[in-house]
Design a binder for this molecule. Structure first.
Ligand code: NAD
Length: 325
């Protein structure tokens, strides 16, 4: 297949590019490199530098090349920043996606896989979040993801666009080969911050909030390996062949780990003591976010391979020790 990967220079998108090319697909990356890295795109894969907010960048690409499907990873995704500057988020994540969908419509591309997020659910009302959980985002970032899901539903009804929205919980880990991994600036995700605090003396590790209603008072999250997420994208693409519609699946391991448990697990994997300081809670952080991915496992035949948190951390540790970008 000829597949366009929007945001393919970013953390999750670059792992998708590696997996697709490894399976013999023809891949093109479209990215403005705002948070992505040129070095994350392998030699031999075409990187088109462009911006979703410039429709001409998209129309010239789609006029030159045919695509069988589009996977859309591009987004601004810092929850706190979305609260401070929602206009940036509605423009980049919603208007940018509308521009992409317009280019697809104009060129008859009808398959779309979208990076959605657990943030569409807001504060959970049950221990594990399944697809029937109420959708009530508590920050503009989550709102942008939910808006796109609604747009995709309407575009299927009106224009026949087939789509799958994959709601990731916490993407974690790195390419087992160590070639690519997570590299954000600033980094807000726990695992890279834990590991980088061991490698860079200036990087002080902070724990935000210790009085959540969780067993040890710190936030609990569901960590899913990046390659398991990418596998789900491949399965979602095949699923669309037989199941036209606008679908949504929750992707996680189904196990929650607190911040303190993650630090402890990282100490086991690295064999080093990890120092941290305590800080007030961050706005917009629910106490617990854990997925029920039964539906994705059934419908997509998805079977995450990295069930153990130590294995996920080990791939990240391997990357951060030799981080290239
Ligand atoms: N990382 C997670 O744990 C997580 C969890 C839930 C959802 N998501 C979603 O998954 C997707 C990928 O996340 P990530 O962690 O890889 O993020 P990332 O920031 O590493 O990657 C996003 C990529 O999109 C590009 N981009 C952003 N805006 C663009 C624009 N206007 N035009 C062209 N390119 C643009 C960036 O340069 C970057 O390469 C995002 O949509 C994010 O919201 C991520």
């Amino acid at each position: 297949m000829d597949i366009l990967i929007c945001g393919g220079a970013g953390y999750i998108g670059s792992h998708m590019v590696k997996m697709l090319t490894g399976q013999g697909h023809q891949v093109t990356v479209f990215d403005n490199l705002s948070t992505g890295h040129q070095e994350a795109v392998p030699p031999g894969v075409q990187l088109v530098e462009g911006d979703l907010l410039r429709p001409d960048d998209l129309s010239s690409l789609f006029s030159r090349q045919h695509f069988d499907a589009v996977m859309h990873f591009s987004a601004k995704s810092l929850v706190g920043e979305s609260v401070i500057d929602p206009a940036l988020y509605y423009a980049n994540n919603v208007v940018g996606t509308l521009n992409l969908l317009a280019a697809m419509r104009n060129h008859g591309v009808l398959k779309f896989i979208f990076s959605s997020s657990a943030a569409i659910f807001g504060n959970p009302i049950q221990a594990r979040i399944n697809e029937f959980h109420p959708q009530a985002p508590i920050n503009p970032y989550g709102e942008t993801k939910l808006m796109v899901e609604h747009i995709l539903r309407d575009y299927h009804t009106a224009y026949g666009l087939k789509s799958v929205s994959l709601r990731y919980f916490n993407a974690a880990g790195a390419d087992p080969g160590g070639e690519i991994g997570e590299s954000h600036q600033p980094e807000t995700h726990l695992l890279p911050n834990v590991l980088c605090s061991l490698l860079t003396k200036q990087k002080e590790l902070k724990i935000f909030g210790q009085e959540y209603e969780t067993p040890d008072g710190t936030c609990v999250r569901d960590y899913i390996h990046i390659n398991d997420l990418c596998e789900a994208h491949l399965l979602a693409l095949s699923f669309l062949e037989k199941n036209p519609g606008a679908h949504g699946f929750n992707l996680g391991n189904g196990n929650g780990f607190s911040v303190l448990e993650m630090i402890h697990a990282a100490e086991q994997v690295t064999g080093r003591k990890i120092a941290f300081t305590l800080a007030p809670p961050r706005a917009g952080d629910p106490a617990t976010l854990v997925a029920d991915s039964t539906f994705a496992r059934q419908q997509l035949s998805w079977q995450p391979k990295y069930a153990r948190i130590d294995d996920i951390i080990a791939t990240a540790w391997n990357w951060h020790q030799n981080q290239r970008f």
